[in-house]
Ligand binder design. Structure first.
Ligand code: SF4
Length: 366
């Protein structure tokens, strides 16, 4: 049986960023203790149901760093106690640039965390203000430096593309900042206006980018990151060679994982399910069945998010037959429009195709 990933959701933030739709709440020290206790119980329970070897663990949120060193280390210890965790496992902690106030990076590194994903978003303080982030670029730099000094050799920074009033010059400054920090990995997401966020309510006054402007900024980011040695491997993810996120690759390779915490999704033993966006429901172990996972359409859809695309040999190994002819027929028309590339080994989306990936993929799978 293949190794799985373990995702642990920490649903607390010290305020809500205006664009954010992730499940998170404010919480106090008692809430953090109760949550840690319940998450550890869930880890123990699920390790008994699914006796699988784990080779990636990802602490996401919310703001995992908010609950502090001791709770994070005790959750990680619980995971390694109850699951068979590979000695070389990738263990990622998401944190904010203000996290150094809550964290002792050296202790975390010693406890086994070996990758940090830091929510920079921008190296321009005026853009950070627009996003209602609580940090400055200077603080982000200090946090990366502290993490480096504490032994972290695998650091990722998040960047936001198409922030209202962002220009190529200001984006270049953010990209230069990542390069100067010499981080190993960069995630660059286009700002999406989600319902039920403050940005959604004020969207008409936000000077949002048009589709053409978004395409221009995205292509600019892809080119600049590539010029600095960050190879694109997924629609929004770029890395130095060998530093692709192993945990996130499991999602795109349609491999299995367990997600624990409110709003966390799992795909395990061929079944997809999730915990609702409610902390009490998580404490009561209420889950919602989504679908049986791992079918051909899902596999194709996820593969096409990667720059390597759909590799025919891998598809054949998994499903014991060739990629259906209709997919090729539809892909041929898209190839002429410059949206996909087909060769004898694979079918993949171009940078232009990535920009409209949802429509390209639904067209291929219609
Ligand atoms: S810190 Fe992250 S998870 Fe929390 S509100 Fe901001 S973007 Fe959302």
């Amino acid at each position: 049986m293949e190794n799985i990933g373990l995702y642990l959701h920490i649903p607390f933030c010290d305020g809500k960023c205006a664009y954010c739709d992730f499940f998170s709440k404010c919480g106090n020290q008692n809430d953090f203790d109760t949550y840690t206790e319940n998450l550890c119980k869930a880890i123990e329970n699920y390790s008994k149901i699914y006796k699988r070897k784990v080779d990636t663990i990802y602490f996401g949120g919310g703001t995992p760093s908010l609950i502090g060193n001791d709770r994070l280390c005790s959750i990680l210890q619980t995971a390694t106690k109850f699951f068979d965790v590979d000695n070389e496992a990738e263990i990622t902690l998401e944190c904010n640039p203000t996290s150094r106030w809550q964290l002792d990076f050296a202790k975390l590194h010693k406890a086994g965390f070996n990758r940090l994903s830091i929510g920079l978003q921008s190296a321009n303080d005026d853009e950070l203000t627009v996003l209602s982030r609580k940090h400055t670029a200077k603080e982000a730099k200090y946090t990366v430096d502290m993490a480096r000094k504490s032994g972290f050799t695998n650091i990722s920074l998040d960047l936001m593309l198409c922030i209202p009033k962002q220009t190529k010059e200001s984006l270049q400054k953010s990209i230069d900042f990542c390069k100067e920090c010499d981080v190993e990995h960069i995630s660059a997401y286009i700002l999406k206006i989600e319902e039920n966020t403050p940005f959604y309510k004020m969207k008409d006054s936000l000077s949002l980018f048009t589709d053409d402007e978004q395409a221009d900024i995205y292509e600019f980011a892809v080119n600049q990151l590539s010029a600095y040695g960050y190879k694109q491997y997924e629609i929004s993810n770029f890395a130095k060679v060998g530093f692709e996120s192993r945990h996130n690759l499991k999602y795109w390779h349609d491999e299995e994982y367990i997600g624990l915490g409110p709003s966390a999704h799992s795909f395990i033993n061929g079944k997809r399910f999730y915990f609702p966006r409610n902390i009490e429901s998580f404490y009561n172990n209420e889950t919602v069945f989504e679908s049986s996972g791992g079918n051909e359409d899902e596999y194709i859809m996820l593969s096409l998010r990667l720059t390597e695309g759909l590799i025919f040999e891998k598809f054949e190994d998994r499903f014991n037959h060739k990629v259906p002819k209709e997919i090729f027929d539809r892909a041929k028309a898209l190839e002429n429009a410059g949206l996909v590339t087909i060769n004898e080994k694979s079918l993949s989306l171009s940078v232009k195709g990535f920009l409209v990936s949802n429509s390209v993929i639904s067209h291929l799978l219609q």
